[in-house]
Design a protein around this ligand. Structure first.
Ligand code: NDP
Ligand code: GDR
Length: 361
C-alpha cells in the first residue's frame, strides 16, 4: 500500500486530494495545524477513529514553519509521495503578512525537501509542490506556458517563486523526483469564503434571500482562468506517476473577468444587478429599479495587481492526458447551488429565532 503525506490537508485541495488518494487505496497522512476551534470541516467525512483497525486516514499536528516537527513526521510516515499543499494562500493577505507568508510558503517548502534529504529518502519519496499562476504575475506573454518568464506581483507570488526554484534545485542537485504543478485558479464549493468566486456565490445567495444587503468587491476587471479543484487534484497525482519528474501548467485555457463571474452567478439566481451603487438606498437595492447593488470598495484593491491570467495546458494534455470534466458554467452552478442551500438553512434558523453570525471579511 502506498503512503502519501499531505500538507494543507484541511484546505480545499487537501480535501479533494485526500479523498482521491483514499479511493486509489493509499494510506493517507495529513498535517493539520493546531487551532483553538475545529478546523477539519472539509475532511470530517474522511475521518477514521484512531481506534479503528487498519485505518488509512491519519492526521498529525504540524506546521510548515517548524522544521523539527516536519522531519519527525516524515521520518515516522516514510511516505512514498509528499504533496506540499499548505500555504498562506491568500494573495491580498500576503501584503499584510509578508514575512509569515515567506516563512510558510517559501521556507516551508525548503524544510520539507531538506527533510527528504536529511532522512536519506531521495530515492523513495516523490514530491509535489503547489506552484501557481501567480508566478507569471505581470504577464510577459499570453497564454502562459511552462516556458513563460515569471514576474510575481505579491509577497505570496515571490514566496512561491522561491518554492518553485528550490523544488527544481533539489531535483537537479539530489535527484529527488520533485515536480511543480503550475496551477491556475481552481475553485469549488469547498473554496475559502474570502476568495473572490466563493465570496460572490455566497453573497449573492444571501442577497437573494434577504440575509445580506449588498456585495462589495475590488477590481472587477481582473481576468482569471478558472477551473474546478476536483479536476485539478487528479493532475497533482498524475504528475508523480510519470517516469521523469517535470513541471506542468494546469489550466482550463479559458478566461473570464470578475465582473463576468458576478453576472453569470447572478443570472443563475435570477437576480438583476446594478453596478457601483450610485443612488442606492439603505437596503442595497437601487431605489428606482429594486436591482441588487454590487459596489466597488477600494479596500479590496491590491498594491500591485495581476490583471490577466490565461494558461496553455498543451503539455499536460499531451503528456498527462489532461481533460477536465467540469466546465466553467458547471463550476459556477455547483458553487451557487451549494451556497444557496447554505443560505436557506441560515434563513430557516433566523426565521425560527436563532441568531446567525454575520461572517464577512
Ligand atoms: P487553502 O487556503 O484552501 O488551504 C491551505 C492549507 O494550508 C490549509 O490546510 C491551511 O491550514 C494550511 N496551512 C496554511 N499555513 C500553514 C502552515 N504554516 N503550516 C501548515 N499548514 C498551513 O488553499 P488551496 O487548497 O486552495 O490551495 C492549495 C495549495 O495550492 C496552496 O499552496 C496554494 O497556494 C496553491 N495554489 C492554489 C490555487 C487555487 O486556485 N486554489 C492555484 C495555484 C496554487 P488551515 O486550514 O489550518 O488554515
Ligand atoms: P487570486 O484569487 O488572487 O487569483 O489567488 P482571488 O480569488 O483572491 O482574486 C482573484 C481576482 O479577483 C480580484 N478581486 C477580489 N479578490 C478577492 N479575494 N476579494 C474581492 O473582494 C475581490 N474583488 C476583486 C482580485 O483583485 C484578483 O484579481 C488565488 C489563490 O488561490 C492563490 O493561492 C493561487 O495561487 C492563485 O489563485 C492562482
Amino acid at each position: 500500500m502506498k503512503k502519501a503525506l499531505l500538507t494543507g490537508i484541511t484546505g480545499q485541495d487537501g480535501s479533494y486530494l485526500a479523498e482521491f488518494l483514499l479511493k486509489r487505496g493509499y494510506e493517507v497522512h495529513g498535517i493539520k495545524r493546531r487551532s483553538s476551534l475545529f478546523n477539519t470541516d472539509r475532511i470530517d467525512h474522511l475521518y477514521q477513529d484512531p481506534h479503528t483497525e487498519n485505518r488509512r486516514f491519519i492526521l498529525h499536528y504540524g506546521d510548515l514553519t517548524d522544521s523539527t516537527n516536519l522531519i519527525r513526521i516524515i521520518q515516522q510516515v516514510q511516505p512514498d509521495e509528499i504533496y506540499n499543499l499548505a500555504a498562506q494562500s491568500h494573495v491580498a493577505v500576503s501584503f499584510d503578512s509578508p514575512e509569515y507568508t515567506a516563512d510558510a510558503d517559501a521556507l516551508g517548502t525548503l524544510r520539507l525537501l531538506e527533510g527528504i534529504r536529511l532522512l536519506g529518502l531521495e530515492k523513495k519519496t516523490r514530491f509535489y509542490q503547489a506552484s501557481t499562476s501567480e508566478l507569471f504575475g505581470k504577464v510577459q506573454e499570453t497564454p502562459q506556458t511552462e516556458k513563460t518568464p515569471f514576474y510575481p506581483r505579491s509577497p505570496y507570488g515571490v514566496a512561491k517563486l522561491y518554492a518553485y526554484w528550490i523544488t527544481v534545485n533539489y531535483r537537479e542537485a539530489y535527484g529527488i523526483y520533485a515536480c511543480n504543478g503550475i496551477l491556475f485558479n481552481h475553485e469549488s464549493p469547498l473554496r475559502g469564503e474570502t476568495f473572490v468566486t466563493r465570496k460572490i456565490t455566497r453573497a449573492l445567495s444571501r442577497i437573494k434571500l434577504g440575509l445580506q444587503e449588498r456585495l462589495y468587491l475590488g477590481n472587477l476587471n481582473a481576468k482569471r482562468d478558472w477551473g474546478h479543484a476536483e479536476d485539478y487534484v487528479k493532475m497533482q497525482w498524475l504528475m508523480l506517476q510519470q517516469d521523469q519528474p517535470e513541471d506542468y501548467v494546469i489550466a482550463s485555457g479559458k478566461q473570464h473577468s470578475v465582473r463576468e463571474f458576478v453576472e453569470i452567478a447572478a443570472k443563475s439566481l435570477d437576480l438583476e444587478l446594478m453596478w457601483n451603487g450610485k443612488g442606492v438606498n439603505e437596503t442595497g437595492r437601487d431605489k428606482a429599479t429594486g436591482k441588487t447593488i454590487i459596489a466597488v470598495d477600494p479596500t479590496y484593491f491590491r498594491p500591485t495587481e495581476v490583471d490577466s491570467l490565461l494558461g496553455d495546458p498543451s503539455k499536460a494534455k499531451s503528456k498527462l492526458g489532461w481533460e477536465p470534466e467540469k466546465t466553467f458554467e458547471d463550476l459556477v452552478t455547483e458553487m451557487v447551488t451549494q451556497d444557496f442551500e447554505g443560505a436557506k438553512k441560515d434563513l430557516l434558523c433566523k426565521n425560527n429565532g436563532f441568531e446567525i453570525a454575520e461572517r464577512h471579511e
